[in-house]
Design a binder for this molecule. Structure first.
Ligand SMILES: CC(C)(COP(=O)(O)OP(=O)(O)OC[C@H]1O[C@@H](n2cnc3c(N)ncnc32)[C@H](O)[C@@H]1OP(=O)(O)O)[C@@H](O)C(=O)NCCC(=O)NCCS
Length: 172
């Protein structure tokens, strides 16, 4: 997907802001943003264990750009739960000074729409229900993450009537 203006509903002036599919040209800006947002502990998360075996999915991963500078990022990965193909979501981050204008949820919705369009059965993530519940995510009680995690933070959004049960694992 090429760059396009963010909707005026984002509360920010549209011309300066665009969404773009992630490309290698965004990588340095994304890494710097993730370092600022999560700090040095970002690689200790159980989600990182999934990212070690899952394939990065650039067609479902997006940046929010302000005059070409990365101010928001969401990344997606191809994995599986049992025999169901799922998109594993994250990380997501928005530059601190640009939060609470809807950019985060716009990135969530865009990534999930891309996953559905790509034929994924569901999106799985580790995160907070009060936030991701706004996009329709709910606790996935039978999905098991590699490594320790609060089971109440393992969430999914299904696109079909599928049963998600088992470990998050590499796609066959
Ligand atoms: C989470 C994050 C991406 C949201 O970006 P954003 O652009 O501010 O998101 P939105 O504008 O769509 O939503 C903001 C709202 O979500 C709330 N919110 C943000 N993080 C939340 C969380 N973890 N739990 C509950 N609510 C949360 C904000 O308080 C705000 O509430 P309001 O609408 O009542 O003011 C951003 O706060 C961020 O980068 N945080 C640091 C990285 C991080 O924690 N990533 C998520 C890991 S699970």
């Amino acid at each position: 997907m090429s760059s396009e203006p963010i909707s005026p509903g984002s509360g920010r002036p549209a011309p300066a802001l665009t969404f773009a599919s992630e490309t290698p040209a965004h990588a340095a800006g994304i890494e710097a943003l993730l370092d600022r947002a999560f700090g040095p502990g970002r690689f200790a998360k159980s989600s990182e264990r999934v990212r070690e075996f899952a394939d990065f999915a650039p067609e479902m991963s997006f940046c929010a750009l302000e005059n070409g500078r990365v101010i928001g990022t969401v990344r997606m990965w191809r994995a599986a739960v049992g025999d169901q193909p799922v998109a594993f979501f994250g990380p997501i981050a928005v530059e601190e000074g640009d939060r609470r204008h809807g950019l985060g949820m716009a990135l969530v919705e865009r990534a999930c729409a891309a996953a559905e369009a790509a034929g994924e059965a569901a999106v799985v993530l580790v995160g907070d229900v009060p936030y991701f519940g706004r996009a329709g995510f709910a606790v996935a009680p039978d999905v098991v993450m590699p490594g320790p995690v609060d089971p109440g933070r393992v969430l999914s959004l299904s696109f079909a009537d599928v049963e998600l049960r088992g470990a998050v694992c590499p796609r066959a």
